[in-house]
Design a protein around this ligand. Structure first.
Ligand SMILES: [Zn+2]
Length: 404
């Protein structure tokens, strides 16, 4: 869930107290603005992560974002206003925060999403969703007042897409030299793009290039982005060249649902040993019990979502097993984020290997996964999301029709 930090007017007057040490100064090197009617997105390229605070001002409507311990990089050019975002201004606050002010012609709702940037850099997305009617540009400004924006209303559902393997870890390699890491990245990108086209949904990716990430790092991305769902994409491999089809896995706390699932989990988990990463962490017994409790609920959600995805896949690609499988995949162990792992097909079948290289087939898989995810969230929207509002509206209509 996207957490929001709002200032009260008093806090605003008092200003921020924390002034980061000079050594930790982050630079804002780029700021671009795009708008698509109801939505505007400002994309900020920063040299690192920093704390961001934001609030809304009205009369005229403004979204204000303070980036702590941040300076404008040399050569930073502010974009002109576009669409209903009329102007972008910037200024350094006495407390060392870099303040960005987006003046809008309508009330809006702001969300912040941190993404990984180049190298150690970070990208900050400021998504402004228009919520009110346009106000004339020459409307008389009233005394400045702040209001607490409604909490989390109509926010986007966030799905973290995890293309399996990458970098030094190619994953499974087919007879024709196709590497799993490239197939999973291609499908993952298509899936993320499809999700981003859906109103009320947004994708983040654990990797968008040929880099190695540990399984824990992949889970961390989902947690950092406050994901509502985590989808890991893989390609299976088995000795038999005639086995084909997709499978969907979720985490099991009580052993694998079958021997093949156990072997597969062992192999997908083994990638971290490649880079010499120690997987074992010491866990306190009580902590383990508590973790298992929340994990059990998460697994239940994962199961429902995974069934929807498997069902959607079944309509468009060969499916190997009709049931969602369970195994102890490390990457699925987020205690609070429903997670699934899609084995899209078998690399060991040479005809499937050749298909997996084809953009049309990659797109077919990505579209099917998307349809499953969409179906799941239409029925089970997290509270506070646009999907939840839409579902409530559908139910109200249904009830109204039944009554009259
Ligand atoms: Zn894999």
């Amino acid at each position: 869930m996207i957490r929001k930090v709002f200032y009260t007017f008093l806090a605003l007057l008092g200003g921020l107290t924390a002034v980061p040490a000079l050594a930790n100064i982050v630079h804002l090197n780029q700021l671009s603005l795009a708008d698509s009617g109801q939505r505007a997105t400002a994309r900020l390229a920063l040299t690192g992560f920093t704390r961001a605070r934001y609030f809304h001002l009205s009369h005229p409507d403004r979204e204000v974002v303070d980036l702590l311990g941040t300076r404008a990089g040399a050569g930073l050019r502010l974009p002109h206003g576009r669409g209903w975002v009329r102007a972008v201004r910037m200024g350094l606050q006495p407390n060392g925060a870099l303040r960005l002010v987006f003046t809008t012609s309508a009330a809006s709702h702001l969300q912040l999403v941190w993404l990984r940037g180049r190298g150690t850099g970070r990208e900050l997305l400021l998504e402004m969703r228009r919520t009110g009617a346009s106000v004339a540009a020459n409307a008389r400004p009233l005394p400045v007042a702040t209001r607490l924006a409604p909490a989390d209303d109509g926010r986007d559902i966030i799905i973290t897409v995890d293309p399996g393997h990458g970098g030094i870890d190619p994953g499974t390699i087919g007879r024709y030299g196709t590497e799993e890491k490239n197939v999973t990245l291609a499908i993952g990108r298509l899936l993320a793009r499809r999700i981003d086209r859906q109103r009320g949904m947004r994708a983040t990716m654990t990797r968008d290039s040929d880099v190695y990430l540990t399984l824990r790092e992949r889970m961390r991305v989902a947690r950092r982005d406050h994901a509502d769902l985590f989808v890991s994409i893989h390609v299976n491999d088995v000795g038999d060249p005639y086995i084909k089809g997709a499978q969907v896995y979720i985490l099991s706390l009580h052993g694998a649902s079958n021997e093949a699932a156990r072997i597969l989990a062992d192999r997908e988990n083994a990638v971290d040993q490649l880079a010499g990463v120690k997987l074992r962490g010491k866990s306190h017994t009580l902590a383990t019990v508590l973790l298992n409790l929340s994990q059990t609920t998460t697994i239940a959600h994962s199961m429902v979502a995974a069934r929807d995805v498997l069902h959607a896949l079944d309509g468009s690609v060969p499916v190997n097993r009709q049931n969602v499988q369970q195994a102890a995949f490390v990457v699925l162990k987020s205690p609070t984020i429903p997670s699934m792992l899609v084995e899209t097909d078998y690399m060991s079948d040479p005809t499937e290997e050749l298909k997996l290289r084809q953009p049309w087939y990659q797109k077919r898989i990505a579209d099917a996964i998307f349809q499953g995810v969409l179906g799941y969230f239409r029925q089970h929207p997290p509270a506070g999301t646009l999907f939840a509002e839409q579902r409530a509206a559908r139910l109200r209509t249904l009830v109204a029709r039944t009554v009259h």
